[in-house]
Design a protein around this ligand. Sequence first.
Ligand SMILES: [Cu+2]
Length: 72
Amino acid sequence: MTESASLTVTGMKCGGCENNVTTKLKSINGIISATASSKDKLVDVEFDSQKTNLKAIADAITDAGYTVVDDN
Ligand SMILES: [Cu+2]
């Protein structure tokens, strides 16, 4: 089933950072779409919750060198 989420992510400074994040996320099996905005400090994802989860998504963003702010 498709879920969507919006994560607050700090550390993105430019379009290159946005690309780093979205490229990393799109390499995860189950990610349907990923968009990142350095200006808004937001990463929006749609994913198949049978294949991946928010923890894996947050870990991938962290691995790419950015910080996921836990604001839930
Ligand atoms: Cu950058």
